[in-house]
Design a protein around this ligand. Structure first.
Ligand SMILES: [Ca+2]
Ligand SMILES: [Ca+2]
Ligand SMILES: [Ca+2]
Length: 104
């Protein structure tokens, strides 16, 4: 019974602590509403350029990762599409699987 009471008190005190934090509405508990993942880039929804403000590994400051089907660097291209287009503009062969241009 004492353990149960302690658990209930812990849950209530946690709720009061969170509810009474005084944080403005819309503010993430992880940071401010403009940079929820705290990667230094503001969410696109708040006028910034972080296309995934819940993932600190996705932002305009990182390099695109090949073949993960994610726009890692928030440039609108997934898996080096912009590099592919550059390759094709020089008449190189685009080797999608390895994300490399190959000179023909
Ligand atoms: Ca962010
Ligand atoms: Ca991010
Ligand atoms: Ca990209």
């Amino acid at each position: 019974m004492k353990k149960r009471m302690s658990l209930v008190l812990l849950m209530v005190s946690s709720f009061v602590l969170i509810a009474g934090s005084g944080a403005p509405v819309g503010t993430s508990v992880y940071g401010n509403s403009c940079d929820a993942d705290e990667d230094g880039y503001i969410s696109v929804y708040d006028g910034g350029d972080d296309c995934d403000d819940f993932n600190p590994w996705i932002n305009p400051g990182v390099e695109e990762v090949c073949n993960d089907f994610i726009d890692n660097n928030c440039d609108g291209d997934v898996d080096f599409d912009s590099v592919r287009q550059l390759c094709e503009s020089y008449n190189y062969v685009w080797l999608y699987d390895v994300c490399l241009c190959w000179i023909t």
